[in-house]
Design a protein around this ligand. Structure first.
Ligand code: PLP
Length: 402
């Protein structure tokens, strides 16, 4: 039994089997590289699923964590928390939002947004307005609220009844939203670019049109930027690409530079509905996670960082387009910045395994979509080194009978 298998055995025996895991244990990371327990090196195009936007163990984040860990790890939100207030100040200066609520994950951020939307409506006197419209193929998380917001049947099976108050419509379809709006609707919830649903990029006017509908019908617009936030699309937030601001935003994943932290933010008009006692999270906005987030944010918003990420993303996209010209098994190349995907005409699971064998970590979603989420500061050389490996595997896939 090798060193990876020993860990796999422990996982199998003692950890709930909620994940279909690959047979390696990652034990160390630096920049765009990770190593498994047996010492094998991989180039990481998964980045902890859009968490490690600065790569692994970025020195600025590590140093901030070390410093904060020696000073104060955790105190209650019964008191003011210096790194939390500093982080909120920084973030509000970078986006539409006036106030932040901090939590620990994307799911929690979504729960907070659902609660805020309902509470805001209630405070406006619209006590019957409890419905939120969400989009087919969305992914918003796994708690009962976030799961109910997620419009993908495969995640619902076995967990019904879901939370009432959600209506699902096709993504990128304005007439469907218009039709679904009723006297009970309080908000629309949408990922500016759908992540787990297949890296689906809407029409350029989609978010703007959603906003017009919200203004016309007095609804809140909620953007879930848990996956697209913090430079993933080449902009700090994906909604900047579409020149449309929401009333509420949810964030997590890359916010903490690798530390667990989530956030829900809104304008003052909306956030005033969250008064003491309405919502809370014990670990939300703890000093350690906020110190890491502050350090990460400084790097991401540093001079030239996002511009370079956008350029590298364009290069990556070109590489994938070239690959598509050589392989008819690729049906589509899509994405923005450093959230990119190729859709195949066959299941992509074997391609992931082939790449892993050759020392590259990639991800497959919706059975036949290969998703690429590399660190934003990955080199062009690293990107180009993936191409022959993908090409060889795709050739084999096209000849296979699956
Ligand atoms: C858009 C989006 N929202 C919410 C979530 C849930 O986040 P978490 O897994 O941190 O709870 C995810 C996770 O992939 C996501 O991609």
């Amino acid at each position: 039994m090798n060193k990876n298998q020993k860990i796999a055995l422990l996982t199998k025996k003692h950890v709930a089997q909620t994940y279909g895991r690959y047979p390696i244990a990652l034990v160390r990371g630096k920049g765009s590289k990770v190593w498994d327990k047996a010492g094998k090196q991989y180039l990481d195009f998964v980045s902890g699923l859009a968490v490690d936007n600065l790569g692994h163990c970025h020195p600025a984040v590590v140093s901030a964590i070390q410093k904060q860990a020696k000073t104060l790890l955790h105190v209650s939100n019964l008191y003011h928390i210096e790194p939390q207030s500093q982080l909120a100040e920084q973030l509000t200066s970078l986006c539409f939002a006036d106030k932040f609520f901090f939590c620990n994950s994307g799911t929690e951020a979504i729960e907070s947004a659902i609660k805020l939307a309902r509470k805001f409506s209630f405070d406006q006197g619209h006590t019957d307005r409890i419905e939120i419209i969400t989009m087919h193929d969305s992914f918003h998380g796994r708690s009962m609220g976030a799961l109910s917001a997620t419009a993908q049947k495969k995640f619902h099976t076995g967990f019904q009844p879901l939370l009432p108050g959600f209506k699902y419509v096709p993504f990128n379809n304005i007439p469907a939203v218009k039709k679904a709006i009723s006297k009970k609707t309080c908000a629309l919830l949408v990922e500016p670019i759908q992540g787990e649903g297949g890296v689906n990029v809407p029409n350029p006017s989609y978010l703007k049109d959603l906003k017009s509908l919200c203004r016309k019908n007095d609804l809140l617009l909620i953007f879930d930027e848990v996956q697209t936030g913090f430079g993933r699309t080449g902009k700090l937030f994906a909604h900047e690409l579409f020149k449309t601001k929401p009333d509420i935003i949810t964030l997590a994943k890359a916010l903490g530079g690798g530390m667990a932290i989530g956030a829900m933010a809104a304008t003052n008009r909306v956030m005033k509905s969250f008064v003491p006692g309405t919502h809370a999270a014990t670990f939300g906005g703890n000093p350690l996670a906020c110190a890491a987030a502050l350090a990460s944010l400084k790097v991401i918003t540093g001079k030239g960082f996002l511009k370079k990420a956008l350029e590298t993303g364009a290069y990556f996209s070109e590489c994938l387009q070239k690959l598509a010209q050589q392989h008819s098994t690729i049906k589509d190349v899509r994405g923005k910045g450093m959230i990119l995907a190729i859709e195949l005409d066959k299941p992509g699971a074997q391609v992931v395994l082939d790449c892993m064998e050759k020392g590259f970590l990639i991800n497959c979603i919706q059975q036949n979509v290969l998703r690429f989420l590399p660190p934003l500061n990955i080199s062009r050389k690293d990107i180009s080194s993936l191409m022959p490996v993908l090409s060889e595997s795709l050739l084999r896939l096209s000849k296979s009978k699956i």
